[in-house]
Design a protein around this ligand. Structure first.
Ligand code: AMP
Length: 284
């Protein structure tokens, strides 16, 4: 049975008993509406061993728009069954009052890494993410915490928070899980109409096109972006928010492409915003 823990004190009491027995602790932070992408993180954590905690918390402070927060899919019973099937030991499911009791005055701001990609259009988003993840790492004090490469900027930001604040945890990045047609799995995919779902593959196709160019030796980021953006012309219903070629560590645009390089984009399909990226590690 997956144990359901709703308060920080209950979770801490449970984990101190686990630690006394010498077991390692793995943490998989999520916002619920679990799918096979989350499943991959949970399976990796369970395979790595020890006591695995999944947190399920739709964090209000990382949403830029109230309607996006309200419409975010939530289904706790299904999520708990999902965790159970994957042999997760405990689910930490706090409410917002538990996580943000007493109107906190402290937050974690990571400068520099959030000037591009998702940063400009979502003010406060990464501050919300960095703060809630720091809190979860302090609450759980895991040996390992697992994050998806699908949210690459988030992964880079969290690695930096852990480094800069000397948080004693190993951050494990997990590759993106995709639908057969390439669409990256996302809890938001269930909000797409069938037409939007079909059109949504354009984001992956554009990123793949850019990847092919880089692999073929193209060194001009402007050319790669131009040809990637041209792919979106086949789907006028998709609105591009950004499409960028950046350095995978600093997340800053590059003047000349030398692998490794990160190709990342965001697009709106109706009211739903989707993101995706590919890291080109080395030219083939
Ligand atoms: P979320 O519930 O969207 O906040 O995601 C929780 C974790 O699952 C994050 O570390 C995400 O990067 C990761 N994740 C979400 N979708 C995928 C996917 N398609 N493949 C791999 N990891 C994912």
């Amino acid at each position: 049975m997956v144990e359901l823990l709703r308060t920080i004190s209950d979770l801490r009491a449970r984990l101190s008993a686990i630690r006394r027995n010498g077991a390692a602790i793995g943490l998989v932070p999520t916002m619920g509406a679990l799918h096979a992408g989350h499943g991959r993180l949970l399976e990796k954590a369970v395979t790595d061993g020890g006591f695995v905690v999944a947190s399920i918390f739709v964090n209000p402070t990382q949403f830029h728009r109230e309607d996006d927060f309200q419409s975010y899919p939530r289904d706790l019973a299904t999520d708990l069954a999902f965790c159970e099937r994957r042999n997760v030991d405990a689910a930490f499911v706090p409410d917002a009052d538990e996580m943000y009791a007493g109107e906190p005055l402290t937050s974690v701001v990571v400068s520099g890494l959030t000037e591009h990609l998702c940063g400009p259009q979502r003010p406060g988003h990464f501050e919300g993410v960095a703060t809630v993840v720091t809190k979860l790492l302090n609450i759980v004090q895991p040996d390992r915490a697992y994050f998806g490469e699908k949210d690459r900027q988030q992964l880079v930001v969290i690695r930096r928070v852990v480094k800069d604040l000397d948080i004693p945890v190993e951050i494990v990045g997990v590759p993106t899980v995709r639908e057969p047609d390439g669409l990256a799995l996302s809890s938001r995919n269930q909000l797409l109409s069938s037409e939007e779902r079909q059109a949504a593959t354009v984001l992956y196709r554009a990123i793949r096109k850019a990847e092919e160019l880089v692999q073929a030796g193209e060194t001009c980021p402007g050319e790669v972006m131009k040809q990637g953006l041209a792919v979106f012309e086949s789907e006028p219903s998709a609105r591009v928010e950004y499409f960028e070629v950046v350095d995978p560590e600093q997340l800053q645009p590059v003047d000349e492409i030398k692998a490794p390089v990160l190709i990342a984009g965001a697009a709106h399909l109706g009211a739903t915003r989707l993101i995706d990226n590919i890291l080109v590690e080395a030219r083939e």
